[in-house]
Each structure stands twice: as C-alpha cells, then as structure tokens.
Design a protein around this ligand. Sequence first.
Ligand code: ADP
Ligand code: MG
Length: 376
Amino acid sequence: MNDTGPAAGTAIVVHDVTKVYDLGEVKVEALRGVSFTIERGEYVAIMGPSGSGKSTLMNVLGCLDRPTAGRYLLDGTDVSTLADDALAHIRLKKLGFVFQGFNLLARTSALKNVALPLFYAGIATKRRNELAAARLTEVGLADRLDHKPNELSGGQQQRVAIARALAIRPRVLLLDEPLSALDAHLREQMQVELKRLQARLGMTFIMVTHDQTEALSISDRIAVMNMGRIEQIAPPATLYDRPATRFVARFIGTMNLFEARCIAREGTTLRFVAGGLPLDLALEAQRPAPAEGEIRTIGVRPEDLIATPEASPATTPARIASIVFHGRSLRIHADLLSGAAIVVDRPRQSSGVVFAAGDLAHLQLRAGASCVLLDA
Ligand code: ADP
Ligand code: MG
C-alpha cells in the first residue's frame, strides 16, 4: 500500500499458456501456447481482431479464469496452481481492473465508489476516505468527491473508475478497451493522462485496445494477437518498421505487400523489383539474405513512396484509380502496369502538381526509406 513506485523486476511471466473452452461437441482453442514476460512499470497494449483471444488472455492475467495448461507467474508467485480462495485474494490485493463500461455504483458518490475496494482491503473509515480523496485528486477530480456518477461527464466517470482500480495500489492494472466509450477528443486527452499516471506511479498497465493510434502512442510494447497466438510483441516503432509477419504488417497501419524479385546486392542493401518498381531493403545481419533471383514478400509503407508527374530512370508508372483526402495527406490508390494495386501517401503541402484519378503518376521509393522483408 505504499506510494513509491515498485522496484524494477519482472511483473508477469506467461509460459506456454493454453486455454480451451470445452463446449461438449466442439472445443474452442482461445489461447494456443502463449508466452511472454512483462517488466514492472511497463505499459503493454494488446491488439488483435475480434475473437483472437484478447479477453481470454486478460481474464487469465486478471485471475478471473485459469489457463487449461501452462504457467502464469504474477509478481513471482505461480498463480496457475492456486486454490480458488487464494486466487480471489490475489485478485483483490494485486490486481486492478478498468473496463469499457465504468461499472460505478450509481447512487454513490465518487468518493464512496473509490473507497469501496479500500473497505474490502480492511482499511478503517477515516484513512479510507483520505486515501479515496487522494486517489481522486490524482486523476484531477479533487472538486468532484461528492458527485454521483450521473452528475459527472463520461470522461470524469472513467476517471473515477481508474481511481477506484488504483485505490489499493495494485501491482498490475488491467484495462479492457477503457476509452472506447469516449469521443475522439476526450479519448486523446485521456490517453495522455493515462500514460502520465502510469509513468508517475511506475505501475504495470496492460490494456486491450482497438485503436492503433492509441496503442502506438502510449504503450511501451504492443502484443498483436491472431487466432489465440501472439504474432509479435515489440515496441511500437519495431512493430511498425519491422513487422515480423504478414499478419502484423497488414494489421498495424497500411502496408503494400509485393511478391518481389531480388535483383542485386550492393553492400548491405538488397535491391528487389516488383511490377517494375525498384524496392531497396537494408540487410539485417541476423537474418539470412535472400539470393539473387529469389522471389520474396516485400512490404513498403505508403509514406515511403513518392509520386511525381514526370518519369525518370528511377521511377515506374502507375495509373491513379482514386485519391482519398486524409487531412494531413492524400492517399493515392493506383495500379502498377503489372496490374498490382499500390497505395501512396502524399503530403498535402508537397508543392505544385495536383493529381487526379485517371492520371499517370511515376512512383519511386523515398530516398533513405527501407522496405521490409517478410517471412514466407
Ligand atoms: P477477443 O477478446 O479477442 O475478441 P475472446 O478472448 O473473447 O476474443 O475469444 C476468443 C475465442 O474464444 C473466440 O473464438 C470466442 O468465441 C471463444 N470464447 C471466449 N469466451 C468463451 C467462453 N466463455 N466459452 C466458449 N468460448 C469462448
Ligand atoms: Mg474481447
């Protein structure tokens, strides 16, 4: 119950966890051999399509459900083998939960809502109210202690729910789509606040989100799930720049994927070509280099491509199919002469030329940009 950030070390170890829902006739494998480690003070986002196992994983992490097989260590304790009452105790003492619905007691003040878990933790009334007021102050609600949920805005209600989840200073805070009920502006503001709060408390946060921008902007690492497996768990920039699989490449941001032929190697740069478009790739020391003539899957981000009106020896032509306004940039959907579709982002400020659907644009890789080699 102290307020100093927890010491460095490992908060969570998940080893080869499997979860099978036995529905008699059918068995649903919701988690298939999931393994990862989370350090204390890390902010980890979990992403993945619907049905990929995110909630199942959160339920296991939150000791609300048990893995069918595998081990789960929370704060050094193997909780996968604990009896029900011991598990419930861990849940109460070490874990906090924030859900999309705020789940606040409707007729009860913000202060009393936050004081409730402190009551269950056996803290005396006076101290309880002091602590609850301090927690609400922490989330910027010092002047709303006596307000009931219906007297608070959506954002304020979610802040109360966060203060309540943090009341007992859990080791790990689990957040399942915490901000998805909020409108875009408030959501962005709350993302910043959550991140600040987490950094200040030095606490471990694990958050399921559908929102890529949210995951990319506030988490230390993102785990991308697919069909009960973690495809990749990595810092946002790594996930974005070096997705490990096609699935991750397609799931995070937009990525053009081409079957490209390796035509040359110059030092540490490999040159591929797809539909006439030259694509350069920085060679990674740890991976075996493709041989000349080999065909591999290459990814290139739309913002790493340049569209110009004039042809040059370095460009390849593409017919513009449509142009979509994206605010800061224009997204050009075009077709290479090979027929392959390609997406190019063009900053709106980029001077002069205005393209229109039907025009021929000449494409090339931006100088210094590197494409991504994806495993077969
Ligand atoms: P997500 O949260 O990523 O949408 P879930 O963890 O809820 O995915 O679900 C993963 C898979 O497990 C899905 O196929 C889902 O239908 C199944 N599943 C989830 N909960 C149960 C349950 N209580 N009983 C049976 N099947 C379930
Ligand atoms: Mg879910």
